[in-house]
Design a protein. Structure first.
Length: 309
């Protein structure tokens, strides 16, 4: 697998073009799954794993890689399937999410494919709330399921309390009549975390699942005569989303005279490979890596003070 990730560092050219590249892999069966290449640091044959007492049962052990010790999560088992049995032929995808590095154990790694976000869609209606998908797409007439890794990590690894310390100590900060915040994120777990953080400050939120929904809603508000930049304190948007990514959403907002004054913060788990130049290119006002409720709260409160809300 040495060659499959050789050109990852050059793939930032896709950013801002509403495109992504997926690393395709398989778990136990024939189903294809995908993970954004930007999240992947390395792919390697499964190394020797060391068992540690009282590990979460989804964690098969830890591995010593490049001088560090990483938890290796059995992705099949973590998403409700069977545990992998033959580790001798398995692979580990080393990823970075939310400033945390871990390995995902998979049966096979296939290849990298280049797609447009408009060809990536939310999970079909009727799949319920308990699935582990953020999106689906098709590659050569085969369905590819994109795993909600943030949901997996929230269940396997202890996550931070989404209520910021200022709210825990002193209750809501914003007063009645404060402007709303638009939250855009395709991960149900991440969306709930951000909502809890912002609402704990006493601020009303409007939450949507992807960039296309957000742009349609913002433009519909403007069509009705709403002063969107005046009504919304800010928009907090993920970058990776089906239909339209956060970069493209930001660029579309800046290109609409009725929306261009909206304060935009990109909030993403792409912490290890994020290109700060892209924030400036698309016109975002701020960037924050997920997920620090205290830092998110400070950015929101600073914005409130800046506009005198």
């Amino acid at each position: 697998m040495a060659g499959i990730m050789d050109s990852v560092d050059q793939r930032t050219r896709l950013v801002g073009q509403n495109r992504l590249e997926l690393l395709l892999f398989r778990l136990n069966g024939r189903q294809l799954y995908g993970i954004n290449v930007f999240k992947v640091k390395e792919v390697l044959q499964c190394p020797r794993l060391t068992a540690i007492p009282r590990l979460n049962p989804m964690v098969r052990g830890v591995a010593h890689i490049r001088g560090g010790t990483l938890p290796i999560i059995d992705l099949g088992r973590a998403t409700g399937g069977r545990a992998l049995e033959d580790l001798s032929s398995a692979f580990v995808i080393i990823t970075e999410y939310n400033n945390r590095v871990q390995g995902f154990l998979v049966r096979a790694v296939e290849r990298i494919v280049n797609l447009n976000w408009s060809d990536v869609h939310p999970p079909p209606r009727g799949t319920g709330r308990d699935h582990y998908l953020t999106a689906v797409t098709r590659v050569e007439e085969q369905m590819v399921e994109i795993v909600d890794v943030e949901k997996v990590l929230a269940e396997v690894i202890a996550v931070v309390d989404p209520v910021p310390q200022r709210a825990r100590e002193g209750g809501p900060v914003a007063g009645p009549g404060s402007r709303r915040i638009l939250i855009v994120d395709d991960s149900s777990v991440a969306r709930r975390q951000i909502i809890r953080c912002v609402e704990a400050l006493g601020i009303e939120v409007h939450a949507l699942n992807d960039g296309r929904q957000a742009l349609d809603w913002l433009q519909a508000q403007a069509d009705q005569g709403v002063d969107v930049p005046g009504e919304l304190l800010m928009m907090i948007s993920d970058i990776e989303m089906p239909e339209m990514d956060g970069y493209t959403l930001t660029a579309e907002v800046r290109n609409d005279p009725r929306l261009k004054g909206l304060h935009v913060m990109l909030h993403t788990s792409l912490s290890g490979v994020f290109n700060q130049a892209m924030v400036r290119k698309v016109g975002a006002d701020d960037f924050l890596a997920k997920f620090s409720p205290d830092e998110l709260a400070e950015r929101v409160l600073a914005r409130m003070q800046g506009v005198g809300t």
